[in-house]
Design a protein. Structure first.
Length: 383
């Protein structure tokens, strides 16, 4: 595909985004209709140009054509990749994120530089496939040692850097691995469900964390998955079938006080809807569509979800709160308010059984430290 053809395809996607279509959906729609088909190389090239456009949007000249802006964004990306230090911290603070964010969280220079890097692709192997996956797929490297070294022996996370379309591989079709960000995988290890227990993934979405919990439970016990979207739950069921997961039930739940089941649980995960600031490296378009009012509205939703699930836990049960955002209102403010309103819960370490030097009951997973999404975790035990 020529550079001109690539930029024209990127411009088609960007025009669709300008009408209000999310970038991911615009990419799927445009590339699905192009005469070039859906070759992996094409998708990667066009996606890279589109996401570079949003990553470097405030550096671009808006009067230029979308093709020229996409070309300029790719050039900026290449310059940054060669010499990230040549981009001053002040310029990144002024241009890489919306102005309102600075009042909602600490905007660290290292985080801003991480935002401007292209994201890596993380895989989660099933526990019984972790030893074999690198040889089967190739181009896989295990998660490096980090400040979470107490977990390294438990992780089955791999960074993939190859050219293959993983969704088309036999290994994916056979359910040997999932595409799941490293920070998302760490949420599962914070839950630490045991085989035979009963857990509830209260905001399951399409089931990424649900499948991980089931794998950690060795498909034993009972795992409830709920979401307000029946469509997402239907997709979860398809993913579960591919993964060979059968220890689960699904039920729609709108987050209200009326819970989908009267079951008392050993553990509940509330992976709540959030502003998604922690995913802005992977989804740079959201930097320019998320508004400060969203943060306030979502924080209220998060608080209600925690309040409503509290009664569903057994004595001694574990409650895990996670959000892929870093704003104060959606993280420590929500966790502190829940703790104040529910004295029947006591804070416990984010990672059970970890060494004394491991994180406490609240933890920020920072993108520039993990090379992954940003995430906040808080954990309690019901007395």
């Amino acid at each position: 595909m020529t550079d001109t053809a690539l930029l024209n395809e990127a411009a088609r996607v960007l025009k669709l985004v300008q009408t209000g279509t999310p970038a991911d959906a615009a990419l799927r729609e445009t590339l699905g209709r192009t005469r070039h088909g859906s070759a992996p190389a094409l998708r990667r090239a066009v996606s890279r140009a589109v996401f570079a456009y949003f990553r470097w949007w405030r550096w671009l000249e808006p009067k230029q054509s979308l093709q020229k802006q996409a070309a300029a964004a790719l050039d900026l990306q290449a310059r940054f990749d060669r010499a990230p230090g040549s981009f001053k911290a002040e310029a990144l603070a002024a241009r890489a994120v919306p102005d309102w964010l600075k009042t909602e969280m600490d905007v660290a220079p290292d985080w801003l530089r991480q935002l401007q890097r292209e994201p890596v692709l993380w895989l989660r192997a099933k526990q019984n496939e972790a030893a074999n996956l690198p040889a089967l797929l190739g181009d896989c490297a295990p998660a490096p040692s980090s400040q979470l070294s107490t977990l390294n022996s438990q992780l089955s996370a791999f960074r993939y850097s190859g050219p293959r379309d993983l969704f088309l591989t036999d290994e994916f079709r056979d359910g040997r691995f999932e595409i799941q960000d490293l920070a998302s995988q760490l949420v599962g290890h914070a839950c630490a469900p045991q085989p035979g227990q009963t857990w509830w993934d209260a905001c399951a979405g399409e089931g990424g964390k649900t499948l991980h919990l089931s794998d950690l439970m060795q498909n034993k016990g009972l795992l409830w998955a709920s979401d307000r979207s029946v469509r997402r739950l239907d997709h979860l069921k398809k993913r579960a079938a591919r993964a060979g997961m059968f220890n689960y039930r699904t039920a729609p739940w709108d987050g209200s006080a009326k819970l989908p089941t009267k079951t008392k649980f050993d553990g509940v995960l509330v992976d709540a809807p959030c502003s998604g600031v922690g995913t802005w490296q992977r989804n740079p378009h959201a930097r320019w569509t998320t508004q400060p009012a969203d943060v306030r509205e979502l924080a209220a939703v998060q608080q209600r979800l925690l309040d409503h699930v509290a009664s569903s836990l057994k004595s001694g049960g574990r409650l895990v709160y996670s959000v892929c955002t870093l704003t104060r209102a959606e993280t420590t403010d929500v966790a502190d308010a829940f703790a104040a309103a529910h004295p029947e819960f006591e804070p416990v370490p984010v990672f059970p059984g970890a060494q004394p030097s491991a994180p406490g009951s609240q933890l920020f997973l920072q993108p520039h430290e993990l090379n992954a999404n940003g995430m906040f975790l808080a954990t309690w035990k019901k007395k």
